[in-house]
Design a protein around this ligand. Sequence first.
Ligand code: AMP
Ligand code: ZN
Length: 433
Amino acid sequence: MIWEPNYECLSREDMQSIQLDRLQSVVGNVYNRVPHYTKLFDEHGVKPEDIKHIEDIRKLPFTTKEVLSNNYPYGLFAVPLKEIVRIHSSSGTTGKQKVVGYTKRDIRTWANLIARIATMAGVTDEDIAQICFGYGLFTGGFGLHYGLEKLGAMIVPASTGNTERQITMMQDFGTTVLVSTPSYALYMVEVAEEMGVDTSKLKLKVGLFGAEPCTLNMRKEIERRWNMKVTDNYGMTELGGPGVAGECECGEGMHINEDHFFPEIINPETGEVLGFGETGELVLTSLTREAFPMIRYRTRDITMLIDEPCSCGRSTVRMKKVTGRADDMLIIRGVNVYPSQIETVLLETEGVAPHYQLIVTQHNYMDDLEVQVELSGDNFSGKFKELEELERTLRGKINKALQISVRVKLLEPKSLERTVGKAKRIVDMRPKE
Ligand code: AMP
Ligand code: ZN
């Protein structure tokens, strides 16, 4: 089934005509209503009237994530606060970075887009969906919730945590759709196995997974151990959350909801726009969001666009799975982590030097982050007990700042390699394929 064939199966020409209409309207809106864009467009000498063809989007300047923090919290809203009915914020931070707003219509559109991607994955109104995403500022919980409800599925709003209870719910309620991060799905199956649950006896049919990369091996492992089909979907807070793209049952990339998000791929170094089949940074323009439109937002996610027809019947452009980032953001168990957040904590803590390295590994497909930090010279003679105390304090502070748990390892002064250029902060040893 296709949720909205009128939009998902259009000819290229018809799609572009809708995109152009909507682009003209959103560009006019931001230019007239958001001071940041008025200034930026003026600086670039571009006016809304200059958008005559869809390719004219290239005349517009990019938006970067710094623009969001510089305009924190409400500076980029394109409607008065009175019309905002909800805000969300990015994962893993204390809410200082990216705040996005939604009007009533935005919430309805969002639900519809999630209904589209869930339908792509094979979910129907017969299904029972257990949502194991946090319900809160993170977009995942509420986003999937409203969309699946719109689709008519029955929802178990389980949220995160208490894994044994999650599994009991699956058994008792007859869950057929699991909504979570792939890493949590793997952790859950481990717990299920420890509980002696025969997963082949569960009713699970499909996993709607997103928020972090999932390697092919990880996918196979989840499919085998849970005995269900795994699908990927993509989105981010800045563009309103999940609902940007989703994988259909053919499993050959994720269909982008192109009538709502205009995709481009650029060379992350030069900003040059690349063609289909070329790998680069994904840039998205939201075409229909009222409260929080984004013009040419640089996602920093590395992927590729495919325009070949898909055998599912949808004609929307697809994106391949995300293979990396163009910045230093790490995704640890579904939570976005920037080295600078850790650095801030280290700088605030007496006894350690600002020389550190983040070691990321994976055990049983679960991400593990170890923060290795050097003791400052004058502390090195410290007693074991004091060192233990320092380690505990640091761990506590970092866990609080990142909202995930990490391990801390104190190193002797000057034990990390010094470089003349950019310090190598991240050693990511997780499998890439
Ligand atoms: P957030 O704003 O917390 O939802 O995080 C958004 C970021 O998570 C994106 O920019 C991607 O880097 C990552 N992400 C989201 N969905 C996926 C996915 N399906 N595969 C890989 N990375 C993803
Ligand atoms: Zn398809």
